[in-house]
Design a binder for this molecule. Structure first.
Ligand SMILES: Cc1cc2nc3c(=O)[nH]c(=O)nc-3n(C[C@H](O)[C@H](O)[C@H](O)COP(=O)(O)OP(=O)(O)OC[C@H]3O[C@@H](n4cnc5c(N)ncnc54)[C@H](O)[C@@H]3O)c2cc1C
Ligand SMILES: NC(=O)C1=CN([C@@H]2O[C@H](COP(=O)(O)OP(=O)(O)OC[C@H]3O[C@@H](n4cnc5c(N)ncnc54)[C@H](O)[C@@H]3O)[C@@H](O)[C@H]2O)C=CC1
Length: 498
């Protein structure tokens, strides 16, 4: 006899980009059914002004909105504002913090990720993930004269460029800045911008719009404070003045190839009688001992110690799987995310996952890789909903085209940055060639070639090359005969490949 189909609704957990996109797509696929979006945060993230820039590159704005706005756009979506505290996969149900139980026929887990902080719990170590943590950071920065940034990815890059009026010691494990996005060449291009004083007034580029009044946020109860809100995204700092106490615009010192060895609070440090270093204002002068006292001291593995007001740990994220693991034997990826297959299914029946919480475990296209990014959260959320719908109707669907080619457009140091395919030759071993074109202060173009074919590119500045390069990577045309002409600025490459 056929097992009875579980009753219940479609449930999506998490009000970030992945969850909201998933719920929206389900609402469109099943206009007659109720879709439940259960989220711990008092606001949801909505994608607005979506622009398909090219075949796979996309840009959009993000608005933080109350759940009621989503409900009014999609009358069959119901937003439940409460964290999920338990998932009973065998019974097809979830339990929320406010004591309710919801039975699902299919659920998509989109609970995002949490910052992976070094020295978590130390009051002088801050992380940035959601609006609350960004505001806390801003508040502390407004009182600070010197901070230390640890980490070398997206957040660190943005902070290093945006912070003013405060000395910044930036400690990185690598030899060059921005290792998750750039190679040493691109890093050198950007470092020159970082080190030159930011002379022109900063161009306003606020894209994240926060529409929820402060009052609403203050109504958050204490129990909810344990949950993280949705992750910030493009231009999250646009609405925040990232300024310390001093009047200078930019003052940064980079310590390369080192990690944090130990952190001491002021009292502890005084007893130890160790020496800390003054901020190296002039790189040619020898370093001197610091005469000031600081709330926290950071000892680096290169032996140097700097005092500062606080430390920002911008050291990556861990998928937020914890609330769902109790008695559920999920298969987890190496990075701790819920493993999902090419239909966005986890290892447990009727449970899907999308966005930062999941680890893509399908055989990827040779020029795609997972990165925990806004764009991928949207693409995965949308595709997961389509997979849930297809499975309900009894047939699988083909992998979405957006997973054919990794494509990310963002902004670093006020330059447009486009990353395509294996932009850092990830996983290619020695079997690849790089071609470069660079005009200092203007543009940096790098392409990664393998067997005469383009497999990746980094485009910094207004290069206008993204669409052509995207096509060349997708169609894998043999470009051996073009040689260096491929990057010749005097040749209009678009006409060339028309
Ligand atoms: C400072 C910062 C800047 C960034 N900048 C960019 C950028 O410029 N470009 C880019 O592409 N990406 C950027 N990212 C990354 C991007 O924001 C994330 O990859 C993306 O938002 C992840 O979306 P998500 O929906 O998977 O998770 P999240 O946005 O983290 O959403 C998770 C949701 O789940 C909810 N939740 C958590 N636990 C529970 C629970 N137990 N029960 C119910 N709900 C729960 C949360 O409240 C939240 O609503 C940035 C990230 C940060 C932190
Ligand atoms: N413009 C964009 O596209 C942006 C994207 N993001 C995304 O937001 C998320 C969070 O950002 P980040 O925290 O910057 O993560 P990240 O993954 O981009 O970078 C983490 C960095 O920390 C370093 N690191 C890890 N452990 C360390 C340790 N113990 N000591 C010193 N360094 C250590 C890593 O080498 C890496 O450089 C990421 O998914 C990132 O891609 C964030 C900001 C901007």
């Amino acid at each position: 006899m056929e097992a009875a189909r579980p009753a219940g609704t479609f449930v999506v957990v998490g009000g970030g980009i992945a969850g909201v996109t998933c719920a929206e797509q389900l609402a469109v696929s099943f206009p007659e059914e109720d879709i439940l979006l259960v989220t711990a945060s008092p606001v949801i993230k909505a994608v607005t002004n979506f622009r398909q820039v090219s075949k796979v590159l996309e840009e959009f704005d993000v608005e933080e909105q109350p759940g009621t706005m989503l409900e009014s756009r999609f009358p069959n979506i119901k937003v439940i504002e409460s964290g999920v505290k338990q998932l009973k996969s065998e019974d097809h149900c979830i339990f929320t913090e406010d004591g309710r139980e919801f039975v699902y026929k299919k659920v998509c887990l989109c609970a995002g990720a949490k910052p992976k902080l070094i020295y978590e719990g130390n009051p002088r170590v801050l992380g940035i993930r959601d609006t609350d943590s960004a505001q806390e950071f801003q508040k502390e920065l407004a009182k600070a004269r010197r901070i230390m940034i640890v980490g070398n990815g997206g957040i660190a890059l943005e902070l290093a460029y945006e912070i003013e009026g405060c000395e910044v010691v930036w400690a990185i494990k690598d030899k060059a800045i921005g290792n998750t996005f750039f190679d040493a060449g691109a890093a050198e291009f950007l470092t020159s911008k970082l080190m030159s004083e930011k002379s022109e007034a900063k161009i306003a580029h606020k894209r994240t719009i926060y529409t929820v009044e402060e009052a609403k946020k203050e109504t958050r109860t204490k129990s909810k404070a344990d949950y993280v809100g949705s992750a910030l995204g493009p231009d999250w700092h646009g609405g925040l003045a990232l300024k310390g106490t001093e009047e200078f615009s930019h003052s940064i010192h980079i310590e390369t190839r080192c990690e944090v060895k130990k952190i001491y609070l002021e009292e502890e440090f005084k007893i130890m009688k160790k020496k800390s270093l003054a901020f190296p204002k002039d790189h040619h002068k020898s370093v001197t001992a610091d005469k000031e006292m600081w709330p926290v001291y950071v000892e680096l593995t290169n032996g140097k110690i700097y005092g500062c007001d606080f430390l920002v740990s911008a050291t990556g994220v861990t998928p937020n799987v914890h609330p769902f693991l109790h008695r559920n034997n999920f298969a987890l990826g190496e990075d701790g995310g819920l493993r999902v297959d090419d239909q966005m299914r986890t290892s447990l029946p009727d449970i899907y996952a999308a966005g930062d919480i999941c680890t893509a475990c399908w055989q990827p296209s040779p020029v795609w890789q997972q990165m925990r990014l806004w764009t991928q959260a949207r693409q995965m959320g949308c595709y997961a909903a389509k997979c849930m719908a297809a499975a309900s109707m009894g047939h699988p669907i083909d992998m979405d085209f957006s997973f054919e080619l990794f494509a990310h457009v963002t902004k670093f140091f006020n330059y447009k940055v486009v990353l395509l395919g294996k932009y850092n030759a990830q996983g290619l071993g020695a079997d690849h060639e790089l071609m470069l074109r660079c005009t200092r202060g203007q543009e940096y173009v790098k392409v990664v070639m393998q067997n005469g074919r383009m497999v990746g590119a980094v485009l910094i500045g207004e290069t206008d090359l993204e669409e052509t390069f995207e096509n060349l990577i997708l169609n894998q045309m043999d470009l051996s005969s073009y040689g260096e002409e491929l990057l010749d600025p005097n040749i209009d490459i678009e006409d060339y490949f028309d």
